[in-house]
Ligand binder design. Sequence first.
Ligand SMILES: *[C@@H]1O[C@H](CO)[C@@H](O)[C@H](O)[C@H]1NC(C)=O
Ligand SMILES: *[C@@H]1O[C@H](CO)[C@@H](O)[C@H](O)[C@H]1NC(C)=O
Ligand SMILES: *[C@@H]1O[C@H](CO)[C@@H](O)[C@H](O)[C@H]1NC(C)=O
Ligand SMILES: *[C@@H]1O[C@H](CO)[C@@H](O)[C@H](O)[C@H]1NC(C)=O
Ligand SMILES: *[C@@H]1O[C@H](CO)[C@@H](O)[C@H](O)[C@H]1NC(C)=O
Length: 476
Amino acid sequence: MLNNTNSNVAFFLFFALFVGHGIVELQALHHVYIQAVKSYSSAKQPYRTGYHFQPPKNWINDPNGVMVYKGVFHLFYQYNPKGAEWGNIVWAHSTSKDLVNWTPHEPDIYPSQPSDIKGCWSGSATILHGGKPVILYTGIEPHQREVQNLAIPKNLSDPYLREWVKSDNNPLMQPTAQNHINATRDYSSSTKSKDFVNWFQSKTPLHSANNTGIWECPDFYPVPIKGESGVDTSLHGPSVKHVLKVSLDDTKLDLYTIGSYNNVKDIYRPDDGSVEGDLGLRYDNGKYYASKNFFDSVEKRRILMDWNNESSKQVDDIKKGWSGIHAIPRKVCLAENGKQLVQWPIAEIQKLRANHVSLANKLLEGGSVIEVSGVTAAQADVEVSFETKDFDKAERPSRSSLNENTDKATYGAFLDVDIQQQKLSLRSLIDHSIVESFGGGGKVCITSRVYPTLAINKAAHLYAFNNGTQSIRLKI
Ligand SMILES: *[C@@H]1O[C@H](CO)[C@@H](O)[C@H](O)[C@H]1NC(C)=O
Ligand SMILES: *[C@@H]1O[C@H](CO)[C@@H](O)[C@H](O)[C@H]1NC(C)=O
Ligand SMILES: *[C@@H]1O[C@H](CO)[C@@H](O)[C@H](O)[C@H]1NC(C)=O
Ligand SMILES: *[C@@H]1O[C@H](CO)[C@@H](O)[C@H](O)[C@H]1NC(C)=O
Ligand SMILES: *[C@@H]1O[C@H](CO)[C@@H](O)[C@H](O)[C@H]1NC(C)=O
C-alpha cells in the first residue's frame, strides 16, 4: 500500500477502488500517529530505524532464546561482531522492560569449545519447572558438523542473566546421518527431557514432510481455541490447537500448519485443509524469516519475533555498516475460525504515539489526492478503515523505487472479507526503511524493506489518494 514515487517526494497511502456502477458510500477512518522516539536516522544514515530493534552496527540475523525472566525480557540474536556481512556468529544479548526499549549487554555465548568453535548458531531458551532458564544452541564443530549445546545461567539471582556457563557434557546431540551433518540446527525445546542433559532420539518423528528442504528455526506451541491469551508451551489438551512453524531454507518463508498434538504418541498432525510447504499459511507475505516465539507469563500472551533482512546489495550494507533488523514483536493467537493465526503489534508500541493527526469527514473524489499534513511519513503508525458495499473492484498498486540496487519484489495476500460487515482495515508501522502492514485486524501481514532516495526523513510526506472513479468519504 505504500509507494515511493518518482514524481513526488512522498509516501502515498493508496486507495485504489474502481467502482463500476451505482453510487457507493465509502467511509474511511484515518489515524496517523508519529512515533515520538528519538530517531537514529540521520542525513548520512537515512535507512536506520527509529523504533525497531537493531544494534549500533554490524550484521544481525535470527532472534534467539527469547524469554521473560524475573520480569525482564531477553532477546539474544545472531550477530557478527566484526562486520556488516554474515560470519563469526555469536549470541549477542539485549534486555528490555517493555519489548520496545532495549539495553545491550556483552555477547553471552561465543565460540570457545570444540563443539562450537566455528560458530554459535540459533537455538532457544526454555524455562524449566521451577523457573530456571536454560539455553540450547547449535554449535558448529571444526568440520562444519552442526551439534546441539547447552548453556545455563551463572547467577540465577541476576535478572539480566549476564553470564552463561556451557555444559561439560556438550555436545548433547549430534547428527545421526551423514546427510544431516550440516542440516541439524536451530532446535526449539520444551521440558520433555527428564534432565535436559541426556537426550535420545524418538523412534518416530513428531512430524515429517517430504520435498520441503531444510527446516530452519522450527517452533511448536499451543494456542487456545478461544480468546486472545497465550498459554504455557507445555500445555496440551482439548482447550488448545497446536501450531508447527518451520522456516523453509529453500524459499526463505516462515510457514505454519495448525493441528493437534497427541502427547501420548508424541505426534503432531495438521488439521485437514492445513497445507504444508510453500503453498501453506505464512506468518507474513513479505519479508519475515527465522522467527521465534515465547510465552510471556507476565501478560499471558504469546509473542512472535523475527529477522527482516535487507533488500539492498551487500556492498551497500557494508557501506552503511549494518545489515538486518527485527520487526516489532507481535502478539499471536488463533483466529475465530480456528484455521489461521492472527498477529498484532504488541500494545506497548502505542506508548510511542504522539502528534495524533486524523482525516475526518473529507470527501476524496475519484482521481484526487489529499495530503495528511502535520506529520512526516518516515516514522508513522497509520490506521485506516473503510466501508463499502462493493469490494469487487478493488485493485492493488505495485511497488517502485528510484534505487536501482533494491530488490523490488511485489508482495500480495488474500484476505477473507465478511461481505456482510463491509469493512476493511489496515494498520501500517512505517520506520524509515521498513513498512509492516496488518490487514483485516492482523489476518494478513506484509512486511517490506524500502530505501527511498527522495522521501527521506522530513521530506517524506503522507498522502491519501483515490485512483478510482467513485468518491470516498473519509470519516472518524
Ligand atoms: C548475583 O546477582 C545478584 C543480583 O544482580 C547480585 O546481587 C549478586 O552479587 C550476584 N552474585 C554473584 C556471585 O555474582
Ligand atoms: C552441506 O554438505 C553437503 C555435502 O557435504 C555439501 O554439498 C553442501 O555444500 C553443504 N552445505 C553447506 C551449507 O555447507
Ligand atoms: C516421504 O517419502 C518416503 C519415501 O518415498 C515415504 O516412505 C514416506 O512415507 C514419505 N513421508 C511423508 C510424510 O509423506
Ligand atoms: C534476504 O533478501 C534477499 C533480497 O531481498 C533475498 O533474496 C534473500 O532470500 C533473503 N534472505 C533471507 C535469509 O531472508
Ligand atoms: C494514482 O494516483 C497517484 C496520484 O495522483 C499517481 O501518482 C499514481 O501514479 C496513480 N497510480 C496508478 C496506478 O494509477
